[in-house]
Design a protein around this ligand. Structure first.
Ligand code: NCD
Length: 310
């Protein structure tokens, strides 16, 4: 395969295993580029990309922007808080106005699930989903699986646990799709109230016993408790959460297994993960961030190669 089977990156659900492998292979080359003294290549010269963020972001926005700049694209940034959206303009109108300024690709984060799908139908640009509500966050799942592959080799047959607030997490859903397409065995773990009711229909194992999950898995992907998406109390207190699902060194020391520790960030130190674990050599949190730039370069490069530029 030399070309993606999709025209936009809306979710991992739409990708084939071969698409993911092509993105990884391309990211390997870009990872080499960003470790050179001169970190820039001209691949996206004359391509204009708008980063349109209707929700807060630090890592993802910076990572996309760096990826775009390292590919020599022209970049414009837009965030909803300082825009006319607050004056009542619709999403499609906002984006069409941006496109009228000759933008080729739009990277969008939006609080509503499906917002990127709508856009892909309505506007003439390549769309990359940078997180749509609690639905999908495809580039995060790609960088997560890329990081596992880098540390542990082939993903096929690996046991990966996703731990914490599965219910509100777009990272969880995209990771489940990516890991399964690549042949991993996925377990979800967390307070019962934060596990979606029918998650087993996705083919994942549910195990609420965190100590057992630590012993049985090659990878633990620790998710942040998404307080901003909660309008109810899902567990009695932070102390209770830490007691049952917080990853501490003491808990890791209880058994022999030494799983790889991951977290998409931002981390709540002392809640889902202790500082000691987050800063330990078993944690690859900053490798994930580094790989994020290479993986996003690969996605943008592969989508841009499908632009009709006549
Ligand atoms: C995640 C997100 O925004 O979905 N963060 C990220 O993109 N690195 C996870 C989170 O906010 O907890």
């Amino acid at each position: 395969m030399t070309e993606l089977s999709v025209d936009h990156l809306l979710g991992i659900k739409d990708l084939q295993k071969e698409d993911i492998e092509l993105i990884f292979k391309t990211a390997d080359q870009f990872k080499e580029v960003i470790n050179r003294p001169i970190k820039k290549v001209p691949s996206l010269r004359d391509i204009t990309i708008a980063n349109v963020f209707f929700e807060n972001s630090t890592r993802t926005k910076l990572s996309f922007e760096l990826a775009e700049k390292r590919l020599s694209a022209d970049v414009v940034n837009f965030s909803a808080s300082s825009s006319s959206v607050s004056k009542g303009e619709t999403l499609v109108d906002t984006i069409n106005n941006i496109l009228a300024m000759k933008v080729d690709m739009v990277v969008m984060r939006h609080p509503h699930p499906g917002a990127c799908h709508l856009l892909a139908q309505k506007v003439d640009a390549k769309i990359v989903n940078a997180g749509d509500g609690a639905h999908e966050h495809p580039t995060q799942a790609l960088l997560d699986t890329y990081s596992i592959r880098e540390k542990l080799g082939d993903i096929k047959g690996k046991k990966v646990a996703i731990v914490g607030d599965i219910l509100h997490s777009r990272v969880a859903l995209s990771n489940i799709y990516a890991l399964q397409k690549l042949g991993a065995e996925v377990t979800v773990c967390g307070p019962k109230t934060l596990i979606p009711q029918h998650v087993d229909t996705l083919g994942v194992k549910v195990d609420l016993d965190f100590d057992r999950v630590i012993q049985n898995n090659d990878v633990l992907n620790m998710l942040r408790v998404q307080n901003e998406r909660m309008n109810l109390d899902y567990f009695p207190s932070n102390r209770d959460y830490v007691f049952q699902y917080g990853l501490t060194q003491e808990r890791l020391n209880k058994g022999k297994n030494k799983p790889l520790i991951m977290h998409p960030g931002p981390i709540n130190r002392g809640v889902e993960i202790s500082s000691e674990v987050a800063d330990s050599s078993d944690a690859i949190i900053l490798n994930q961030v580094e790989n994020g730039v290479a993986v996003r370069m690969a996605v943008l490069y592969l989508l841009a190669s499908k632009l009709n530029r006549n």
